[in-house]
Design a protein around this ligand. Structure first.
Ligand code: ATP
Ligand code: LTN
Length: 332
């Protein structure tokens, strides 16, 4: 690899939403030419909450097919499953020894998830950001395209990298987060003050990137807005409408000003339908490619294998450097 490295991942839980697409995947696609990009299915991360094994396996494979369906080219990008490269777990252990419990307890996601899963506040949930740091640092990553909710995890990754580099000598590239200016936090269609989440139990809250057009239209028509009827961008006073405008702008390529000009006096019904149309059209090729990809299990398995081999080769190099620095005896 000779270009700077981009790394990112998504946990295979729930559905890949238009929030994930706008906040993360759009940038993954944009960065593919200028960087060496590695995109993982974060299947070790999602074990922090209980999964049904057979379902989980299937979902992870479906997410992998969706990566490809989005247009990520396996010749240009390394696409693989985190669990296929054992160095993630290995580096994660070593980095644990350079991370403080207090740092992990302060993480917003840990606080949220331990509230939500009070019956299962496992060590993995607390340790989640260290595994994420291992993902990123293993590949000497420069840039990490993610949504705004991951900013804190990127900061701790940088802290861990700097701490390690200072204790020994420069070992890890210190990564930067790459967060979109617009669309870094897409909100739920049912509660425009909450993040659109891929595992929201309310099916009307989020839209999948492979959802059928009728269902997309229905969800947008039902989206929660305010009682006035003016299409105007005002995230404070009109969070529902503003969220839809952001989605429409990102998916349809119109600026917020253009949307305001075209729809301000058309009423919410027309605006919501237009917004749904923009989403449906943008996702049409994704949906179509996905349908044909899922029929070719062998092709997908082949791409995953190739991705794991390429990722492992890079991970191995960092891992042997780390082991040497901390003073582990080398296997000759
Ligand atoms: P969950 O809500 O189930 O924890 P999630 O929707 O946050 O999951 P992740 O796998 O945690 O999904 O995130 C995948 C990527 O999508 C990350 O880069 C994350 O920042 C981004 N992302 C997630 N939700 C949104 C959102 N609502 N708006 C913008 N980006 C998002
Ligand atoms: N924690 C991330 C998913 C993730 C990730 C990563 C993102 C796992 N490993 C490495 C960027 C880089 C999330 O979005 N919840």
């Amino acid at each position: 690899m000779n270009k700077p490295v981009v790394y990112s991942g998504i946990q295979p839980t729930g559905i890949i939403t238009i929030g994930n697409y706008i906040g993360a995947i759009t940038n993954w696609l944009k960065l593919s030419d200028e960087y060496d990009c590695i995109y993982g299915i974060a299947d070790l991360h999602a074990l922090t909450v209980r999964q049904v094994p057979a379902e989980y396996r299937q979902r992870a494979m479906s997410f992998f097919a969706q990566y490809l369906a989005c247009g990520l080219d396996p010749r240009k990008n390394v696409l693989y499953f985190q669990s296929h490269v054992h160095e993630h777990a290995e580096l994660s252990w070593i980095l644990n020894c350079f991370t403080y419990i207090g740092e992990m307890q302060r993480m917003t996601q840990f606080k949220d998830k331990s509230q939500k899963h009070q019956d299962n506040i496992n060590i993995g949930l607390l340790d989640y950001p260290v595994l994420m740091a291992a993902d990123i640092l293993l590949y000497q990553t420069s840039l990490v395209p993610v949504g705004a909710d991951q900013k804190q995890h990127l900061e701790i990754t940088r802290d861990i990298a700097i701490r390690f580099n200072n204790l020994y000598s420069p070992t890890f590239t210190v990564p930067e987060a790459y967060i979109p200016k617009q669309g870094a936090r897409v909100f739920s269609l049912q509660d425009p003050t909450a993040k659109m989440s891929k595992s929201d139990p309310d099916p009307n809250a989020a839209v999948s990137i492979i959802e059928d057009p009728d269902s997309i239209m229905r969800k947008f028509r039902r989206a929660v807005t305010d009682s006035d009827s003016v299409v105007r961008y005002d995230p404070e006073l009109k969070p529902g409408v503003s969220n839809l405008m952001t989605i429409m702008s990102e998916m349809g390529g119109m600026s917020i000003e253009e949307i305001e000009k075209n729809y301000s006096d058309k009423g919410y019904a027309a605006f919501k339908s237009a917004c749904a149309e923009a989403v449906i059209e943008r996702l049409r090729p994704v949906r179509e490619r996905y349908a044909s990809l899922t029929t070719d299990k062998e092709y997908l398995a082949g791409i995953a294998k190739e991705g794991a081999v390429r990722a492992s080769a890079i991970a191995r190099r960092t891992m042997s450097k780390v082991k040497r620095k901390v003073g582990l005896v080398e296997l000759k």
